[in-house]
Write a protein that binds this ligand. Structure first.
Ligand code: TYD
Length: 137
């Protein structure tokens, strides 16, 4: 799901803002950002059980590949105006096209390694067993 970020522009630049619970479907409990990934490299390779996230390439270009265990979708984040919502149950990778790209992530919960699924076979098994309802993507 794409969300458009509110923007205030004047001759001194652009200001973007996002309000938890208003613009996005959760209250924000954590913010993190990823920088200095060598161009072409791929991060991610995991799913979350229940964490919801919003991904924004506030600078540069990053390709996000989403996989719900049944189908795959690629989304190019190439503007600070674009936000991508990802609920639980979605395997993702993020490929940095330029190393000076910056990925900002807004998350619905604190960091918890127990919410991660880092083994693709286990992810597929959980999809098949109906761990998540619905099929985002
Ligand atoms: P990870 O989410 O696996 O990053 P990516 O999918 O981009 O490769 O996190 C990388 C490491 O950082 C991992 O050891 C967990 C740790 N980490 C935290 O300690 N706190 C956090 O908020 C996040 C997102 C990761």
């Amino acid at each position: 799901m794409h969300l458009n970020i509110k923007k205030v522009t004047n001759k001194l630049g652009n200001l973007f803002f996002i309000e938890g619970g208003r613009d996005i479907p959760f209250e924000i409990k954590r913010i993190y950002y990823i920088t200095d990934v060598p161009g072409g490299e791929v991060r991610g390779h995991h799913a979350h059980k229940s964490l919801q996230q919003i991904l924004i390439a506030i600078k540069g270009k990053i390709i996000i590949t989403l996989d719900n265990g049944k189908k795959e979708k690629k989304v190019l984040l190439d503007s600070p105006e674009k936000a991508l919502y990802i609920p639980g149950g979605v395997w993702r990778t993020m490929q940095w096209l330029d190393s000076d790209s910056i990925l900002l992530v807004l998350a619905s919960d604190y960091y918890d390694e127990n919410d991660y699924i880092r083994d693709y076979e286990i992810f597929r098994k959980m999809v098949d067993e109906g761990f998540w309802n619905g099929s985002f993507i």
